[in-house]
Design a protein around this ligand. Structure first.
Ligand SMILES: Nc1ncnc2c1ncn2[C@@H]1O[C@H](COP(=O)(O)OP(=O)(O)OP(=O)(O)O)[C@@H](O)[C@H]1O
Ligand SMILES: [Mg+2]
Length: 151
């Protein structure tokens, strides 16, 4: 069962990136992070913060049209997916998601598109905008909670 591990206000773009960078030291090959939130909630911004924390300052374009962008971090490949334009769940296999799930780290925007392929062990970063204020909840199972709190 998943629970909220951390809740945070995100007052500006830099705060969203900093939250991505915060997760960087906890990640290992095989991890899946689901980036939830409406259009423009800050999912790509969060991914940029994480990827730049692991690779150094690098360009992180939105995978809006390519659907996936990959990056080589020191200990694993990062697969950054944006599934908004996915038409059928099965199309995701053509993007290499099998290899990504096996030994990469997956960051997935619009994970709702592949709900049937998820198993509840993913870490969820839920970005929200309420009354013009932005924030995020980090949601995960016991194993994630332990990994983050015991670090
Ligand atoms: N905490 C924040 N405060 C203000 N602006 C922010 C914050 N985080 C991100 N932004 C801005 O919000 C805009 C949308 O961000 P981003 O592209 O990351 O959203 P997204 O969730 O990936 O959108 P999409 O659903 O289209 O992929 C960008 O201009 C970004 O700079
Ligand atoms: Mg995006």
């Amino acid at each position: 069962m998943s629970r909220i591990i951390k809740t945070i206000d995100l007052k500006d773009e830099a705060s969203t990136q900093a939250l991505g960078a915060w997760l960087a030291p906890f990640l290992r090959a095989g991890d899946v992070v689901l980036l939830q939130g409406d259009l423009g909630a800050g999912k790509t911004t969060w991914a940029r913060g994480l990827i730049c924390a692991l690779l150094g300052d690098t360009e992180v374009p939105s995978p809006t049209y390519t659907l996936v962008q990959t990056y080589t971090a020191p200990n694993f490949e990062i697969w950054h997916f944006d599934l908004y334009r996915l038409k059928h769940e099965t199309e995701v296999w053509e993007l290499g998601i099998e290899e990504a799930l096996d030994d990469g780290v997956c960051l997935i925007e619009w994970p709702e598109r592949i709900a049937g392929l998820l198993n509840g062990t993913e870490l969820v970063v839920a970005l929200n905008i309420k009354n013009g204020r932005r924030g995020a909840d980090i949601i995960g199972n016991k194993a994630w909670k332990a990994r983050i709190h015991d670090a």
